[in-house]
Design a protein around this ligand. Structure first.
Ligand code: HEC
Ligand code: HEC
Length: 352
């Protein structure tokens, strides 16, 4: 009798357990919420941005930006199905509210492992020369780059075959691929193209700096003094570099910056296998935390007052400025913050 009761109890438990886990399964199938007419990603930029784009645009002829392409890219960018255990998406480490950067020193991957370098802001990727992606500039194009975190064993952990199978298995993708590429066929090349289109749409052009350059606003005295320092003040020790040498306006990117010699004993695998790293865009820098490839500089004020990590070479000194200039540079650099990019729905997570 006792045996029968135990067996019955066990059976009940199994049924209850299965019922519950089934319920959980359906609860986790999230569908993206999208507008019936796609958002506008193909924007007409003000003249100073168009001029920069004319010489720096890395858009390849076979992957022009379209509203439907960027819409698909947005869904893929935020879809945790693109990781092995459905926990991590690109947006987990590139958060909209932090200018598509992370707000921690090192980012957490799908199994709780950490990246070995600080995450990077994805603003204005469209303006980097090909061959300049990642801190060590190892990725050739945005299209090629997009598939690397997906296959990275710490970040998302899938093979390309697994990626294609998982994307094909989601009910919402065929229609999105049809609109973006004119066919419901799904493969990793199209996945990469759509993600790259979404990234190329993330352009800052509505900051106070942009309004000043377009002639619709003017700098305060402090901001104006900061801009002059940024453009003209050279580093100590005979260095002819100004901030603008390595962070050139209007996107504050320098595609072929000399690179920064940083004594980072733990990371000698930077650009061309030495401890030099990419100088990324300073757009929205006031809105980002954990700066530099090490993520050890907590924010802009900390950098300007205490300098960046490394030895006391002349170049490193360029990152800490005279006490009297901190306020001016801070005022100027804060004009580079475009608040629309960190709040606009079209760049946000569609899985709500
Ligand atoms: C677990 C965190 C994590 C995830 C997930 C992740 N990234 Fe990143 N991303 C990073 C880190 C860290 C770096 C810098 C790595 C380096 O340079 O070695 C980076 C760098 C990049 C860069 C280079 C930016 C530049 O200016 O050079 C791009 C582009 C990028 N990621 C896009 C993506 C896309 C697209 C996805 C999703 C398919 C993604 N990332 C998923 C952490 C992550
Ligand atoms: C010789 C080139 C060079 C000069 C001059 C220079 N920078 Fe940089 N900057 C870099 C590089 C390279 C990095 C990234 C280094 C790293 O992470 O190891 C960087 C990083 C930064 C960062 C952190 C960005 C991030 O994405 O984490 C800020 C902020 C910054 N620079 C501001 C300035 C300011 C302000 C000046 C002038 C006072 C200046 N820089 C002068 C090359 C330069």
């Amino acid at each position: 009798m006792k045996k029968v009761i135990t067996i019955l109890l066990l059976l009940t438990l199994i049924v209850v357990f299965q019922f519950c886990s089934k319920k959980d399964d359906t609860a986790t199938v999230l569908e993206p919420v999208l507008p019936s007419t796609p958002y506008n990603y193909v924007v007409s930029y003000p003249t100073h941005i168009q001029v920069a784009l004319a010489t720096n645009d890395n858009t390849p002829p076979d992957n022009q930006l379209t509203n439907d392409g960027a819409t698909l890219g947005r869904v893929l960018f935020y879809d945790t199905k693109l990781s092995k255990n459905n926990t991590v998406s690109c947006g987990s480490c590139h958060k909209q509210e932090f200018a598509f950067d992370d707000n921690v020193q090192f980012s957490k991957g799908f199994e709780g492992g950490f990246t070995t370098r600080n995450s990077m802001s994805l603003l204005n990727e469209r303006f980097y020369k090909n061959g300049k992606m990642f801190w060590d500039e190892r990725a050739l194009t945005l299209e090629k780059q997009a598939l690397q975190p997906i296959q990275n064993h710490i970040e998302m952990g899938l093979t390309l075959a697994e990626l294609e199978t998982k994307v094909k298995a989601q009910s919402y993708y065929p229609a999105l691929f049809q609109k973006a590429f004119g066919s419901t066929d799904i493969d990793s090349i199209k996945i990469a193209k759509a993600i790259a289109q979404f990234e190329r749409s993330i352009v800052t052009y509505q900051s106070k700096y942009d309004q000043v350059k377009a002639g619709t606003a003017s700098f305060t005295t402090l901001e104006e003094q900061g801009e002059q320092l940024f453009l003209n003040a050279t580093g100590p020790g005979g260095s002819t570099n100004t901030c603008a040498t390595c962070h050139a306006p209007p996107m504050f990117i320098k595609s072929n910056a000399p690179g920064f010699s940083i004594t980072d004993a733990g990371d000698t695998t930077g650009i061309n296998g030495v401890n030099k790293f990419k100088s990324g865009s300073l757009r929205n820098i006031g809105n980002r935390v954990n700066l530099f490839h090490t993520g050890t500089v907590s924010n802009l004020t900390a950098m300007l007052t205490a300098g960046a990590p490394g030895t006391g070479t002349t170049l490193i000194k360029a990152h800490s400025v005279a006490p009297g200039d901190v306020e001016k540079l801070l005022a100027f650099l804060n004009t580079l913050t475009d608040n629309t990019i960190i709040t606009e729905e079209k760049f946000s997570n569609p899985f709500k």
